[in-house]
Design a protein around this ligand. Structure first.
Ligand SMILES: N[C@@H](CCC(=O)N[C@@H](CS)C(=O)NCC(=O)O)C(=O)O
Length: 205
């Protein structure tokens, strides 16, 4: 199978973490989604990364669909529980991680605009509130547990971990650890896993 993506995309990293956890071999095609010559749109009409192309040519998107597909393949821990209520709870964690990451991407992209063309402060506050509220819920739901759901490693931990990793990468001045000690412990625990360390976003030069 082929994965289209870039090292800077948090959603691509999420998929790469799952591929590593499941021990699945793949070709990593580094490609942006919406450059004029991008190879992505023929596979994904939405022109977004990650896009996964299976060996028979069928494409999958977006990251929640891809990780659910991958969880059924390969070895490694089962990341999405089979039981309906448990599955929905893990998917809720995934939605929280994805939503925090979306807001972080939005802020990061907007900062690339010249200062006089940026959106108003109220827009930044709205994105920041999504991040703050999302982290507060994760912190509360994680509590004293080692893992986000049911005391075992699941996609919920990957969702929280890749969102926190992207926060550190994209908004390095945002200090979230002191207010969220349980998440800080989780991030440290996850950083020690090969799936996280081998896919980490490059540090800014
Ligand atoms: N919900 C999607 C988000 C994917 C996404 O927004 N990817 C960005 C890169 S980080 C992208 O492809 N942007 C190009 C575009 O929107 O044109 C997922 O989880 O896969």
């Amino acid at each position: 199978m082929k994965l289209f993506g870039t090292p800077g995309s948090p959603f691509v990293r999420k998929v790469r973490i799952v591929l590593a956890e499941k021990g699945i071999a793949y070709d990593y095609i580094v490609a942006r989604a919406s450059t004029p010559d991008s190879p992505v749109p023929p596979h994904n009409p939405l022109a977004k990364i990650p896009t996964l192309v299976r060996d028979d040519g069928r494409a999958l998107y977006d990251s929640p669909v891809i990780v659910e597909y991958l969880d059924a393949l390969g070895s490694g821990p089962q990341l999405i529980p089979g039981d309906f209520e448990a599955r929905i709870e893990v998917k809720r964690w995934e939605a929280l991680g994805d939503g925090i990451t979306e807001a972080t991407v939005n802020i990061n992209h907007e900062y690339r605009e010249p200062a006089d063309r940026r959106r108003p402060p109220a827009w930044f506050e709205k994105q920041q509130h999504k991040i703050d509220r999302g982290l507060a819920v994760m912190e509360k739901d994680l509590g004293a547990s080692d893992w986000c759901f049911d005391g075992r490693y699941t996609l919920a931990d990957i969702a929280a971990g890749y969102a926190l990793g992207y926060l550190d990468h994209a908004l390095p001045d945002y200090e979230w650890r002191s207010k969220h000690p349980a998440l800080a412990r989780l991030a440290a625990r996850l950083a020690a896993r090969a799936s996280f360390s081998t896919t980490a976003h490059a540090k800014a030069a």
